[in-house]
Design a protein around this ligand. Structure first.
Ligand code: GLN
Length: 259
């Protein structure tokens, strides 16, 4: 009898391995599989958005506030996940297509995005600023091009003020590409989240200045899933966030990155 049981278990294991590594589109299948206890969630993020997520060239791993918040919450809640740092627009697309289960990428919670995403409780507040070479004024934007990042609220903000200041917009996939375009003079300015450009300026990563008076459209950042999907993961994220706030872990992570 014992032998039969053991054999059945082996058969079951082989069957589940076969399902997991099965034919067709593996990532889509993984995301579509309904929450099993041992499910490994696919989570996407940005890749050049310090201090939230960026490549630590010494360890060749992605580090930052989002990476550590996710790890701490996963540990607290027993969530298994794989992180894919592919960029912001790519993360939005991956969640919307079901290729990813969720994203954590300094993503601003907006009413418009709530039509296609469900968000966690906000875990950080930020707004957008205009950034240029030192000495540039808002009057200098007239007739020039301003850099913005694809699919971001920074892009939306740029669209909302372009007529007032008389500039046109060039879109970039990454924040690093955007800063470079301003540094080389390809664009006169860029729009970026205040904390992110503030960090880049503070660390000497970029030699640019904030030329707008104060951050616009300040809102919370949230962890996001496709609307109506992965409710269990979202609940766990919120429960874990509350726990790491209560334990002091959340404050510890923010402090490590200068907050
Ligand atoms: N907070 C901005 C947004 O949600 C930018 C996010 C990012 O570039 N990673 O659009």
């Amino acid at each position: 009898m014992k032998k039969v049981l053991a054999l059945m278990m082996v058969v079951a294991m082989i069957a589940s391995v076969a399902v997991l590594s099965g034919c067709g589109n593996k990532t889509a299948d993984t995301a579509a599989t309904t929450a099993a206890a041992d499910k490994t969630y696919i989570i996407y993020s940005d890749n050049a958005f310090a201090p939230f997520e960026y490549l630590d060239t010494e360890t060749n791993t992605y580090v930052g506030v989002d990476m550590e918040i996710m790890a701490a919450i996963a540990e607290d809640q027993g969530i298994k996940y794989e992180m894919h740092n592919e960029g912001f627009d790519a993360s939005m697309g991956a969640v919307q297509s079901g290729q990813a289960d969720a994203m954590i990428a300094g993503m601003t919670i907006t009413d418009e995005r709530k039509e296609t995403f469900d968000f966690s409780e906000p875990y950080f507040d930020d707004g957008q600023v205009i950034v240029a070479k030192e000495g540039t004024t808002l009057d200098d934007l007239k007739g020039k091009t301003v850099a913005a990042k694809t699919s971001t609220v920074g892009g939306e903000y740029a669209e909302s003020i372009k007529d007032q200041y008389g500039f046109t917009i060039n879109y970039y996939e990454g924040s690093d590409n955007m800063y470079q375009a301003v540094s080389t003079g390809a664009d006169v300015a860029c729009v970026e989240d205040f904390s992110v450009i503030g960090y880049a300026i503070k660390t000497g990563e970029v030699k640019l200045s904030i030329i707008s008076s104060e951050p616009a459209n300040v809102k919370g950042y949230g962890f996001a899933v496709q609307k109506g999907k992965n409710a269990e993961l979202l609940q766990k994220f919120d429960a874990g966030l509350a726990n790491i706030k209560a334990s002091g872990k959340y404050a510890e992570i923010l402090k490590k990155y200068g907050y």
